[in-house]
Design a protein around this ligand. Sequence first.
Ligand SMILES: *Cc1c(COP(=O)(O)O)cnc(C)c1O
Length: 428
Amino acid sequence: MGDRSTQLFQEACRYFPGGVSSPVRAFRAVGGDPFFVSHASGSQITDVDGRSYIDYLGSWGALILGHAHPRVVAAIQKAAEAGTSYGAPTEGETRLARLVQAAFPSLERMRFVSSGTEACMSALRVARGFTRRDGLVKFEGCYHGHADSLLVKAGSGALTLGVPDSLGVPADLARHTLTLPYNDLEAVRSVFAGRGREIAAVIVEPVAGNMGVIAPRPGFLEGLQAITRQYGALLIFDEVITGFRIARGGAQERYGVRPDLTCLGKIVGGGLPVGVYGGRADVLEQVAPLGGVYQAGTLSGNPLAMAAGIETLTLLQAPGFYADLEAKGRRLADGLAEAATAARILTQTNRVGSMLTSFFTGVPVTDYAAAKTSDTARYGLFFRAMLERGISLAPSQFEAAFISAAHSGGDLDATVAAAREALGLMAG
Ligand SMILES: *Cc1c(COP(=O)(O)O)cnc(C)c1O
């Protein structure tokens, strides 16, 4: 890395574990030290040493309009002038809720929180409170934030760090979480046949993003809906990544399956900290002050965050917005796949809309076990070679690349050209 980044990282290590505020940012999975960001605009992110990169991290998928969209920035500035937090209701919350519900009709009622973690943790508590059951089914490699019950065989940082169960999670709590292979409906059926009446909910990333991108097999999501209904459990779609990403109405629109509860995050806050959980009115009416499930937040519904979310979701309504992202996604995925073929390097490029992962493996990737066959050292080489060529990818094999509306055709072509060089070097 550049001198200034190196210096800042060394100093940060004196304050933060690993020098970072969130583990994957430390680049441990790809080697080398992270670059420190100075500023970003559109598809470009610039480090403190003055190097610019075409950015496919997009704040982990949050920035579907690209960095510092002028209208989003203006909305935040205007909101800030009227006060940054009140701890009292505002019209902005209702306006954002209206936009969320227009895209996700299944959210009959909702709550704003400040992160995806909080959204998933709260959805799970409501599901347990509503069903009066403790059991939870989740899938291997899916990440739902870092609440205790959900950090069991989690993907994302936990996956690459090789700590599927975090220290500090009580075994007594973790035993309520049953973890099954993604896309394996038979496994779900058999667990429900044995313990179905103890299970409060099934939580799933309807397109997995946190073990790299993996699409649901045809019938998988429909099957989860049928099984949960049969046993009186709730189906929770964690659409923190997929919401407003793979369609305006997320996976539930794209695949036509309506869950009981949904978690949103990332895009919905337009780059500011927002999470949402919501769903069936009868379930959400269990939440305080109406019901006995407690959940609250000092900064929930924060006016700056609401303003950023409103402006972002409004801009997503532009005609052809998702068709354009789909076309860009296809162009990049095809280009990367061709570059790998030309270099005779085995990869599997999985893509849904504008999120994609090239796994360094010859095995079709449909679940966590297959994702784990990837050559992560090779991914590290690729990542660093791309960074040297001005392309910033996710610093782990088990993440997605995110395309934003700000990526131009020229950006995509430059990325494919860089990949051809990088993969060519790796092959040679
Ligand atoms: C990012 C993510 C979360 C957690 O959101 P945070 O805002 O990081 O707490 C939960 N679920 C999924 C699917 C995510 O990608």
